[in-house]
Design a protein around this ligand. Structure first.
Ligand SMILES: CC(C)(COP(=O)(O)OP(=O)(O)OC[C@H]1O[C@@H](n2cnc3c(N)ncnc32)[C@H](O)[C@@H]1OP(=O)(O)O)[C@@H](O)C(=O)NCCC(=O)NCCS
Length: 166
């Protein structure tokens, strides 16, 4: 996409990210409407490990957040992807993919793996896969996927930052 620029969020972006997240999830059937609050809570808790925005000229078209997760109650250097949001009128143009790929590329050098809770039909294109031994309680296993940059893969139940779960 021409003119799309992906950069880390700045303090001035917070309101626009909140509005964008609310708009993106408004029509999502799996949404509970709290995704903008999740991002705000993570930021307030200094738990937003990486927060990228996609800009075209001065307009914000997309956002992705990454935050730390534990596996088996321990910090294993893993992160959780999400929420990820694209402006409804601009979905399915590759913006979400560009944000996710940019985030994973940055994190791959410093982190050991990433988990995501979401639609396997979307996330498998980034090589996320249901991974034996990496579990998340309360959701059907096919919706919880991992992308690992280490071998062997750690085993255990994943927990998001307390600010994520509220
Ligand atoms: C999900 C989302 C971030 C994807 O970003 P995007 O820029 O629209 O998607 P991309 O252009 O990168 O990818 C488009 C592809 O993803 C598919 N896709 C988009 N949203 C999808 C979804 N929720 N589930 C499954 N597939 C999805 C499209 O059908 C398209 O498939 P194709 O490449 O096989 O034709 C965006 O659609 C969005 O903000 N949705 C509402 C909020 C949401 O559901 N966030 C994710 C929560 S897990």
């Amino acid at each position: 996409m021409s003119g799309l620029r992906i950069r880390p969020e700045t303090p001035a972006d917070a309101d626009a990210i909140s509005a964008l997240t609310t708009a993106a999830f408004a029509g999502a059937e799996h949404s509970d409407g709290t995704e903008a609050e999740i991002v705000a809570r993570l930021r307030a808790a200094d738990a937003l490990l990486l927060s990228l925005v996609a800009m075209q000229a001065e307009q914000m078209l997309g956002h992705v957040a990454f935050s730390e997760v534990t596996i088996g109650g321990q910090d294993r250097g893993w992160v959780g992807l999400g929420p990820v949001s694209v402006l409804p009128a601009r979905q399915a143009e590759g913006i979400g993919s560009a944000l996710i790929r940019a985030g994973l590329s940055r994190l791959q050098t410093t982190r050991r793996g990433c988990v995501v809770l979401g639609d396997p039909g979307y996330y498998r294109r980034f090589d996320f896969a249901v991974t034996p031994g990496i579990t998340y309680p309360g959701v059907p296993p096919k919706y919880f996927m991992a992308l690992t940059w280490e071998d062997p893969v750690p085993q255990g139940e994943v927990a998001y930052h307390p600010a994520f779960t509220g």
